[in-house]
Design a protein around this ligand. Structure first.
Ligand code: PAF
Length: 282
């Protein structure tokens, strides 16, 4: 596996691959790799000649400096995981100046309103930061296909929108949420949870499963009340939000229309760690 530590080495590598006509699959990450990331690489492996990943903890997408400071970083461990997986041909590990040559600032994006829902309300500026880093990485890596987890479903929708609006000619592929055996969605943030907390946090997935049972049987407000009740009974967990949204517009719904697809979204604070999850309802 090639470890590309700056923009110039990446550029030379990409040029060589493009000359050979290689189809490139790309999965950007912020490191702290886990099996969820490996599922992105597996999907990329199946559809491309070459798989590239990147590791870059993007400062502009953290609206909370404490969250940025506490974000788990262990580059040596990540490189080992990538090597051992045998799924990745090259990893790009840029420095801040490779991505932000002038100011470490995000550009402003219009994602046709997708940015104003859910995480956009809770984390002001977050999606401008995501758009900025992903657009820059796309321009440098020049992939044919790019892979993102459905755990961050709104991020996936926003990246699709940005790619379309900027006419980047990259296929954006969503990869299903990878869950631990107990159902907890895998996230780099889980590393900050104590073992027993990881176990009790399975309630998030279990609740989404129940929501799926209640879908079109109960009203939206009845479902919301039940979800709130579940978390009111959990010590050390606070429900930040739970809502059901139209899967296309990501706008919250208070009524189930017949021919529309819906998805449930949840954010729970567990011992100061912010866990997010979602589920398509059928
Ligand atoms: O999902 C992530 O890890 C990040 O938001 C991404 C897409 C790598 C951009 O920094």
């Amino acid at each position: 596996m090639e470890v590309l530590k700056n923009r110039k080495t990446l550029q030379d590598f990409i040029e060589r691959q493009k000359e050979m006509g290689k189809k490139i699959g790309f999965a950007p990450t912020m490191g702290a790799l886990h099996d969820g990331h490996l599922s992105l690489y597996k999907a990329a492996r199946e559809e491309n000649d070459l798989v590239i990943s990147s590791i870059f903890v993007n400062p502009t997408q953290f609206n909370n400096p404490e969250d940025l400071r506490k974000y788990p970083r262990d580059l040596n461990r990540d490189i080992l995981i990538l090597e051992e997986s045998g799924l990745v041909d090259a990893v790009y590990i840029p420095e801040v100046q490779d991505i932000y040559p002038e100011k470490t600032e995000s550009s402003h994006y219009d994602y046709d309103g997708l940015e104003n829902e859910m995480e956009g309300k809770s984390r002001p500026g977050h999606f401008d930061g995501v758009g900025t880093v992903v657009e820059e990485l796309f321009r440098q890596v020049k992939p044919d296909n790019a892979y993102f987890g459905e755990k961050d479903y709104q991020q996936l929708a926003i990246i699709k929108k940005m790619t379309e609006k900027k006419q980047l000619h990259i296929q954006i592929k969503g990869v299903p949420i990878y869950r631990a055996k107990n159902g907890l969605a895998l996230s780099s943030r889980n590393q900050r949870l104590r073992e027993e907390r990881r176990e009790t946090s399975k309630i998030i997935y279990k609740t989404l499963m129940k929501v799926n049972d209640w879908f079109r049987v109960l009203t939206v407000s009845e479902i919301k009340k039940r979800v709130q009740d579940v978390f009111d009974d959990q010590q050390g967990m606070q429900l930040e939000y739970f809502l059901i949204a139209d899967e296309k517009t990501l706008k919250e719904t208070d009524f189930f229309y017949k021919d529309r697809a819906y998805r449930a979204f949840i954010v729970v604070m567990v011992d100061g760690v912010r866990l997010i999850d979602n589920m398509h309802l059928d």
